[in-house]
Ligand binder design. Sequence first.
Ligand code: GLU
Length: 600
Amino acid sequence: MRRYASWLLLALLSSPLLAASPDGVVAVSHPAAAAAGARMLAAGGNAIDAAAAVQFALNVVEPQSSGIGGGGFMLIHLAKTGETFFVDSRERAPVAANPGMFSPAGQPMPFSLASTSGLAVGVPGTLRGIDTALARWGTMTLADTLAPAIRLAEHGFRVNRFLAADIANDGGRTLIHPETAAIFRPGGVALAEGDWLVQPDLARTFKRIAAKGPDAFYRGPLAQALVAAQRRTRSELGAAGAGRMTLADLRNYQAAIRSPLYGRYRGWTLATMPPPSSGGITVLQMLGLLERFPLGDASQGYGFGSPKTLHVMIEAMRLGFADRAMWSGDDDAVTVPQRALLHPGYVAMRAARIRPDLRMDTPLAGDPLPWDKQAPEPQRMPRAGQESPHTTHFSVIDRWLNVVSYTSTIEFTWGSGITVPGYGFLLNNELTDFNFVPASDPASGNPGANDVAPGKRPRSSMAPMLLLKDGRPVAAYGSPGGATIINSVFSVTLNLIDHGMSLQQAIDAPRLSVTHATGKISCEGGAPFMQPGFSIASQDALRTLGHPAPGEPGANGCGEAIGSVQAVAIDLATGAQHGAADPRREGTVIRVRSTAEPGR
Ligand code: GLU
């Protein structure tokens, strides 16, 4: 344990890419949004102020991934009190939602149609969440933190290659709804890298919110326009595809403040998101499943990327995702046996199924309930709709060592594709994270944890993470990527703790992901920064163990990028702050040396 601890401290200290800074660091997937946060820090603001500005700016420069039409989870660590908590602004189902709404005749609606209809739109939470965080823990006003986003929307910015690629490869999403096409395909031509994008409607919306507060969004003309927009349906679905959100749903939306889930791994403490996300539980459970394997020890055949390491990681993912499918959902609506799923006795029982030299048969969900006192038999594993590789994560630290680790989303890339007419922002399709066909089955003990219900939050995978040592934050990170978020956060944690990587190396290293008990593997390879890679020999060795490794024997089957991790870290010995950003997007670290007098 001691060895792991000193490795990580050393790694965080010795990264050549990261310079120390006393006054705050932001790590964001886009430079303009990073600059928005840095401006708040430079003007004396704290990490919460900076996070608000980053999120609003991302709505302008990464509109396909997150914004006020969506929701998210903001982890806040307050240095003064040592408290860590979440502002949960997850979208909620309207009061008129019901379990069978995505399968009106018992058959699931096609994802492509359901996810681009109003039915998929959850009551958005991002603005309410930010306003709640700013009012309670920020030092600046909503208007202050909106100012950089207003400038970016009003004066424009340069479309980067990631936004251009998402417009070009949008599966028709920016075409289907005319208001969205008008912004991103003006005159019918897709914006390309280098084009200048001005968003006057969005600028006006932000100005109204700056002047009047969140009521300018949750009530009045904007709310009416939003409710009308989500009544749209794809013609193939008819009335069944129309959204059910009302003005009352919007008016009544409140963010929730939640305590984190805490876990221990090799002497480190991790604080992460509880339900309605499955992300935190599953990452912590998978770490627990692997604690008995010496993952960092190459002399025993482990070490980064070795077949033995990859094999046990895959097995942990298969077990974790089997439980996730059965047990995770919105704990405010259905009891999630979170403590039982992380109970050392339960985790040890599940871990015993992992054999170092043989792939296990497809695991069913386990039965954690005896560890939680009740005991119905688990069985079926429901599948939700699809999740896309988008969403966004960013991390901020300020000079007082307050930390924010924030993952936010409109669900699929481009969300529902519906832009609220005249207001310039996209609506989410978050409700497709629910089970399309209800899974609740009292006879078999399936709780239907992720079935649709009025006011319920769809199950998420988002897992903003805070790594602590002796109660003090050491690193904050997270990732987008739908269900793969869990594996990206898991992998970065292993890279830091087991493989002794620096923060930047831990982010750059190639990732592997399995999001279902059946074990279909995706893995990254190819990009020069992804070092060390997964060798062809390792991929072949996985096949020998019985895994469905991608590609052909003797050839590299690893390819597409997984996730986008933006992280900050603190050197416990000196208090120096660092950041590391992900080259999988235009990840940017800005270190700030402020001139203003500190607020708090
Ligand atoms: N809707 C997903 C979730 O909440 C995020 C989507 C994504 O990352 O692409 O887990």
